[in-house]
Design a protein. Structure first.
Length: 226
């Protein structure tokens, strides 16, 4: 996997995420810190460490059970996020909130891509010759609170490290080399993105987002799966 990214800001600022791409293309982590920037780095390091150990079949002790309904790859990502949430909550936010982290993890093995995330970005897939389809959507509370055409600053609905427990959205899908994953950190996704079949490039996706809502900041990622 290879990720291209772009941030778009207006008078309203959305924090720029920290992106980690594993050298072999098997793992991507996107972490956005709402508070101290170093907490995103800490989250990325913990995820990479656990997934790396799991891939290498190193015995890693964890208080969290594997879920039999999920594949091994999804369990690796889910457990990594649970461990990271525990570390951030107990080490940074237990007595006073300093920051929370929105995080997405993608893990590709063979023809399967697994994902797990807390908050944004959302994960969508563009299969060859088909329209864009949602896989997992991250919510932003500003879209619930914005009256009419008033645009409020981004307000994350789910954050890692703010509570002893966290809500993790996770799953997996089969992919082919010509498919693309489209990642959005935004309170809305332009309706124009749903109307065209076939893979779109970064410039086209960006222009469609801006044309529909020029005052809304967003982060966009495009993942090639070959």
């Amino acid at each position: 996997m290879k990720l291209q990214e772009r941030s778009y800001s207006t008078k309203i600022i959305r924090p720029k995420p920290l992106v980690h791409q594993q050298d072999d293309g098997g793992l991507i982590v996107v972490a956005t810190s709402w508070g101290k920037a170093e907490h995103a780095q800490r989250a990325v390091e913990e995820v990479v460490k656990y997934v790396g150990a799991a891939q290498a079949d190193v015995e890693v002790t964890s208080p969290f059970d594997f879920l039999s309904a999920l594949t091994d790859e999804v369990n690796y990502l889910r457990t990594a996020l649970l461990i990271t949430n525990d570390i951030l909550y107990r080490g940074e936010n237990r007595s006073e909130y300093f920051s929370g982290v929105e995080i997405l993890t993608l893990f590709k093995r063979g023809s399967q891509v697994a994902w797990a995330h807390v908050g944004n970005p959302s994960v969508l897939i563009q299969r060859q010759g088909q329209r864009l389809q949602p896989l997992s959507i991250g919510l932003d509370l500003s879209s619930e609170l914005s009256p009419n055409d008033t645009f409020l600053p981004p307000l994350p609905a789910q954050l890692l490290g703010m509570d002893p427990t966290c809500y993790i959205q996770c799953g997996h899908t089969r992919v082919s080399e010509d498919d693309q994953l489209v990642l959005f950190g935004s309170p809305l996704i332009a309706t124009a993105l749903w109307t065209e079949a076939g893979n779109a490039d970064m410039s086209t996706l960006t222009q469609r987002m801006i044309q529909e809502s020029p005052e809304t900041p967003f982060w966009l990622g495009l993942v090639n799966l070959d």
